[in-house]
Design a protein around this ligand. Structure first.
Ligand SMILES: [Zn+2]
Ligand SMILES: [Zn+2]
Length: 183
């Protein structure tokens, strides 16, 4: 899969947003405007001040709608949901060169930041689906993990996220299991 830098960053923004709520433990790391600002800046968003409470709420509410697309082979349902989200947000694609290079803006003009993030993430995920790469939007198979990730490996055979060492843990327990059976 070949994601353009822009699509890649937007997809990874979606991944980070979704994973900020650990659905296995209930731990939420997106509870303040400062945390949201840091998350977005790490993915290249220009955020000049901590997110407002309203923007934070919008981002938190976006997570389940984006999570649904991962680990879901039914592309049609994901497409319907993301298209509906774009419709609700009144997305309005425009090409712009305000920063010197032509690029797309998807939100309506003057939309609040969370809305720009939402439209951009939705378009990026739809682009992955349109490229025939739905199956690369995955949910980690680690026992205690439901993190989502994008499998950009050539064979597309990754099974684990890499932020929590899930692959390593699975290797260790498979090794222990084999040893137990051998003795
Ligand atoms: Zn721009
Ligand atoms: Zn994991």
């Amino acid at each position: 899969m070949a994601l353009s830098d822009y699509t890649g960053r937007a997809v990874l923004t979606a991944v980070d947003l979704i994973n900020s709520h650990d659905v296995m433990t209930g731990t939420d790391t997106l509870t303040s405007g400062v945390e949201a600002t840091e998350l977005l800046r790490r993915r290249g968003w220009v955020v000049d001040r901590p997110l407002s409470a309203a923007n934070l709420q919008r981002l938190r509410g976006l997570r389940p709608r984006l999570r649904f697309v991962f680990g879901n082979p039914a592309a049609r349902k994901s497409v319907e949901d993301l298209n509906r989200l774009l419709h609700e947000l009144q997305a309005q694609p425009q090409l712009t060169d305000h920063d010197g290079a032509w690029h797309w803006h998807y939100a309506r003009p003057k939309a609040p930041l969370a809305e720009r993030v939402a439209t951009t993430c939705a378009i990026a995920l739809l682009t992955v689906i349109a490229d025939g790469d739905t199956s690369r939007l995955k949910v980690c198979e680690g026992t205690d993990c439901a993190n989502v990730f994008v499998d950009a490996s050539r064979p597309g055979s990754r099974r684990f996220c890499d932020s929590k060492g899930c692959g390593n843990r699975a290797h260790v327990s498979a090794y222990r299991e084999r040893k137990k059976q051998a003795t």
